[in-house]
Design a protein around this ligand. Structure first.
Ligand code: NAG
Ligand code: NAG
Ligand code: NAG
Ligand code: NAG
Ligand code: NAG
Ligand code: NAG
Length: 220
């Protein structure tokens, strides 16, 4: 009896080590999404492609701008700042990564945000940060639905225009909002006062009407 146990113990250890390795891979849908993003950015950015030299079949956790959790079993952070991206086509694919916590696409040449991005990324329950700062975004601020855990939203340094009205009303967890250096106009949205978690708000360098006193207390 005891002899049998000694025989099986090492193979049990081997199996648990092996299954640990298997568990430490990204789920196939996250690998597929990132493979698609790889192709789209390669076509979009040409000779500025930041993953030139990066093997498309390697784990996305090792790619520049991509971060995973500690055992590489899920993708948590995408930081594509200064990637020379001008096409927004990749954005909905990023939203297939349902473990995403932070998406930074700042300092690129994006001119639009696909509707599909809002509808799909809005369903990511752990998404806390979105950074679109320093792009060429045009038109009106999109209406955010979902995004219940979003804490930080940065649209600074774009060409967005029109009123800031109810588009951000669903963002119940928002702590930091940066809309500075756009072309927003109209009155400063008094509904921002509803964000009782809001700690930081930047609205400078827009065309808002005089806003003294129009935002309620609770904002540093
Ligand atoms: C990238 O460009 C090539 C050549 O034009 C095209 O065949 C391919 O479908 C494109 N890939 C994506 C993901 O759009
Ligand atoms: C990728 O990098 C290699 C070596 O650094 C360079 O020769 C090649 O032209 C680059 N390819 C593209 C598409 O930029
Ligand atoms: C996770 O992936 C990174 C990048 O490939 C690697 O450097 C690191 O060792 C991996 N960590 C684990 C626990 O496998
Ligand atoms: C967004 O990105 C810009 C430029 O990379 C950076 O300066 C800014 O701090 C970021 N915003 C947030 C909220 O992290
Ligand atoms: C926008 O404001 C947030 C909150 O204060 C700040 O963290 C971020 O760095 C600002 N973005 C830029 C580009 O300065
Ligand atoms: C705000 O900008 C929009 C479009 O850019 C314009 O149609 C509207 O008249 C402006 N409103 C005010 C109050 O300036």
């Amino acid at each position: 009896m005891q002899a049998t146990m000694f025989v099986y113990l090492p193979s049990f250890l081997y199996l648990s080590f092996f299954s640990h390795l298997v568990l430490s891979q990204l789920p196939p849908n996250q690998i597929n999404a990132m493979t698609k993003v790889y192709d789209l950015l390669q076509n979009d950015t040409g000779s500025s492609f930041v993953w030139n030299g990066t093997d498309k079949t390697s784990t996305p956790c090792s790619w520049k701008g991509v971060s995973c959790n500690s055992d590489n079993s899920s993708l948590t952070k995408v930081t594509f700042s200064l990637f020379s991206i001008s096409s927004s086509e990749f954005l909905p694919f990023i939203c297939q990564i349902d473990t995403l916590e932070s998406l930074d696409v700042s300092q690129n040449f994006l001119s639009s945000i696909p509707n599909e991005f809002i509808t799909v990324c809005g369903g990511i329950s752990g998404l806390k940060l979105l950074n679109f700062s320093g792009n060429k975004l045009e038109g009106f601020l999109p209406t955010f639905t979902g995004f219940g855990k979003l804490e930080s939203l940065d649209f600074s340094f774009n060409d967005l225009k029109g009123k800031v009205d109810l588009q951000l009303d669903g963002l119940n967890s928002l702590k930091s909002l940066n809309l500075s250096s756009n072309m927003f106009n109209g009155s400063v949205p008094t509904s921002l006062g509803k964000f009782n978690l809001l700690e930081e708000l930047h609205l400078s360098a827009n065309s808002f009407e005089d806003c003294r006193g129009s935002i309620s207390a609770g904002i540093r």
